[in-house]
Design a protein around this ligand. Structure first.
Ligand code: ZN
Length: 275
C-alpha cells in the first residue's frame, strides 16, 4: 500500500518557519521584551525631550539588546531593524510572532483534545482557546491587542497607513488555516524540540530533524527495554508474595524496584509526548 505524503502549503510553511524561530520559552521572551520596552521608554522620555543624537544612540544600543534576544535568522524574517524602523516597531513585530505561535499551539492542542477526548464529535472551541487575550498588555503607547474574550476584537490589531487610513492586522495563522481549509491533523508540535511542524506522513511523531527522530526512537527502544524488565520484576514480586509473609523486607524491596521502573517509564513516555 502506498503511503500518502502530503506537502505543507508554501505560505503556511513560511509562517511555521518564522514562528519556530521565536525563542522557545515564550513567557520569558515576552517578559524580556516588555522589560526592554520599559527601559527604553524611561531612557527616552525620562529626563527631557529626546534629541536626534540621543535617539540615534539609544536605537543603536537597543538594537544590540534586541539582537541578544533573537537569532540573526529571526531578525531577517521580520524585515525590521531597530536602527531603521524604531524600537517599538520591532518589539511589536516580535510580539505578534509570539502570539502567532501561541495561537498555533492552542489550535494544535485543542485539536488533540477534540480528536481524542471528544472523538471528533461536534464541539465548540470557545473563549478558553483565547486565554492569551486576557493578559494585560501594559505598554500602552503601542497599538496592541486589547485584552478581551471577544473573538472579533481579539483579531483586531490595527496599524496606520501613510494616507491615514487603518489596516487590520489579523492573525496570519487563522487567516491561512481557515481560508485554505488546512487539515489541522497535519499540524503537530515536536515532542523533542517543541517546534511546530507539518506531518507529511500522517503517522509522523517528530519534526523532520534527524536528531529529533533519532532521539524519539532511541527513547522508544529504551521504554521497551524498561517494560521488559518491569515484566520480569513484576513476576518476581508475585513469586515472592506467594512464598513469603507479606511483611518480609524482600517483598518491600521488590515492590520498590517495580515502582521505580514504573516511574522511569512514565517519565520517558512523557518526554516523547506520550506518543
Ligand atoms: Zn523536533
Amino acid at each position: 500500500m502506498k503511503r500518502k505524503i502530503s506537502e505543507c502549503p508554501k505560505e503556511l510553511e513560511d509562517l511555521i518557519d518564522s514562528v519556530n524561530l521565536v525563542p522557545g520559552d515564550l513567557e520569558k521572551f515576552e517578559s524580556d521584551l516588555l522589560e526592554l520596552s520599559k527601559q527604553f521608554n524611561t531612557e527616552l522620555y525620562g529626563k527631557d525631550n529626546p534629541t536626534k543624537t540621543r535617539m540615534a544612540k539609544l536605537l543603536s544600543e537597543y538594537g544590540k539588546k534586541i539582537r541578544n534576544l533573537i537569532s540573526p535568522e529571526l531578525e531577517k524574517r521580520i524585515k525590521y531593524t531597530v536602527e531603521q524602523n524604531g524600537f517599538e516597531n520591532v518589539v511589536f513585530q516580535l510580539r505578534r510572532l509570539v502570539n502567532e505561535r501561541i495561537m498555533f499551539r492552542d489550535i494544535i492542542q485543542a485539536f488533540r483534545m477534540w480528536d481524542i477526548d471528544y472523538n471528533r464529535q461536534p464541539y465548540g472551541i470557545d473563549a478558553e482557546l483565547f486565554k492569551l487575550f486576557t493578559k494585560d498588555f501594559d505598554y500602552d503607547r503601542q497599538l496592541v491587542l486589547k485584552p478581551t474574550f471577544n473573538f472579533s476584537k481579539a483579531l483586531s490589531a490595527f496599524s496606520f497607513n501613510q494616507d491615514t487610513s487603518i489596516e487590520l492586522l489579523s492573525f496570519r495563522v487563522l487567516e491561512i488555516l481557515t481560508r485554505d481549509k488546512i487539515p489541522i491533523e497535519r499540524l503537530r508540535i515536536c515532542p523533542i524540540c517543541k517546534d511546530i511542524f507539518w506531518a507529511k506522513r500522517i503517522e509522523a511523531k517528530t519534526c523532520s530533524k534527524r536528531r529529533c527522530s533519532n532521539n524519539f526512537h532511541q527513547r522508544k527502544l529504551r521504554i521497551k527495554e524498561y517494560e521488559k524488565r518491569l515484566d520480569k520484576e513484576f513476576k518476581n514480586l508475585k513469586k515472592l508474595q506467594s512464598s513469603l509473609s507479606p511483611k518480609n523486607s524482600l517483598i518491600t524491596q521488590q515492590r520498590e524496584r517495580v515502582n521505580k521502573l514504573l516511574q522511569k517509564i512514565k517519565k520517558e513516555k512523557m518526554k516523547n509526548g506520550n506518543l
